[in-house]
Design a protein around this ligand. Structure first.
Ligand SMILES: Nc1ncnc2c1ncn2[C@@H]1O[C@H](COP(=O)(O)OP(=O)(O)OP(=O)(O)O)[C@@H](O)[C@H]1O
Ligand SMILES: [Mg+2]
Length: 266
């Protein structure tokens, strides 16, 4: 049994020295996710938006030990009492999940205590899972080291297309929600390029068996779809990184700005 607190709409659960942010689980609303479809119909998957516990858990399992990311648990992982379940339903919503507080981590417990390395590995990983919402709003600094949380936008079917993903990154940048991916490439250096190469190698050592067990443990709907999403992402990772880097190198972003201004001002 733990302690539930609610402050300014933020609900936290503390148990055995661990603090979790409790988040409402929005089930993917589209019909297609209610039942697995035969593979020949996957191409017809409609556009949707996730902020879904199993998807966040899947991303956190894959990132565990590879990036400075918090762990995510489903309600079924938590040994909640029936009273706690009722209280959390009242405070959060009909279904919910748990995001371990970034402030529970210390640099010595994280894969990277060097911020530059942490950002490089996060950039490669977030390109893999198509997490465009990984900027400062979803990152905490512990002892000067970044730790990421909130992977809710990841693995969106629309963003499997790398150009569509770039459009999301660009739209967020224009709205002031600058992704770690974008800031990494805007101030690109030789060291950053070397870090990224190592990060890609580390991710490409992920075996199919690990992906299969991650989709199973996370309880995502349509596990085969998500496993394929990640496998394909790994195969294309280097190429995707090249394309995204091209879009966000500072000189290219600035050229785009000038071009836009010329069209707007007479
Ligand atoms: N695991 C976590 N570690 C640290 N802080 C967290 C964590 N989860 C949530 N928070 C805090 O709660 C706020 C809202 O949580 P979350 O990011 O999940 O929701 P959101 O709707 O995406 O809000 P935002 O627009 O701030 O990203 C965050 O901005 C952060 O301050
Ligand atoms: Mg957030």
């Amino acid at each position: 049994m733990g302690t539930i607190t609610a402050e300014h709409g933020t609900v936290k659960y503390v148990v055995k020295g661990a603090t979790y942010f409790v988040k409402e689980n929005f089930a993917p609303s589209v019909q297609v996710f209610k039942e697995a479809l035969p593979s020949r119909r996957w191409r017809g998957i409609p556009e949707t938006f996730f902020s879904n516990g199993p998807v966040e858990k899947l991303v956190s399992i894959l990132g565990l030990g590879r990036c400075n990311m918090v762990s995510v648990r489903l309600a079924s992982d938590m040994d909640l009492t029936p009273e706690e379940v009722e209280e959390l339903k009242r405070l959060v919503g009909p279904t919910f999940y748990f995001s371990r507080s970034a402030y529970d981590y210390t640099p010595d417990k994280l894969p990277f205590d060097d911020p530059e390395l942490a950002k490089g590995y996060q950039t490669a990983f977030d390109i893999l899972v198509r997490n465009w919402d990984d900027g400062e709003d979803n990152m905490a600094l512990v002892g000067g080291v970044p730790v990421w949380f909130d992977f809710g936008v990841s693995l969106d079917p629309r963003c499997q297309n790398v150009y569509r993903f770039i459009m999301k990154l660009e739209e967020a940048r224009r709205l002031g929600r600058v992704s770690t991916i974008v800031s990494y490439f805007m101030d690109y250096t030789r060291r950053r390029s070397q870090i990224l190469k190592r990060a890609v190698q580390s991710l490409q050592s992920i075996q199919k068996s690990e992906i299969r067990s991650a989709v199973r443990i996370s309880e995502v709907p349509m596990p085969a779809y998500f496993a394929e999403y990640i496998s394909r992402g790994l195969d294309c990772l280097l190429e995707d990184i090249d394309i995204i880097r091209g879009a966000f190198l500072r000189e290219n972003v600035e050229k785009r700005e000038i071009h836009m201004t010329m069209h707007i001002t007479p």
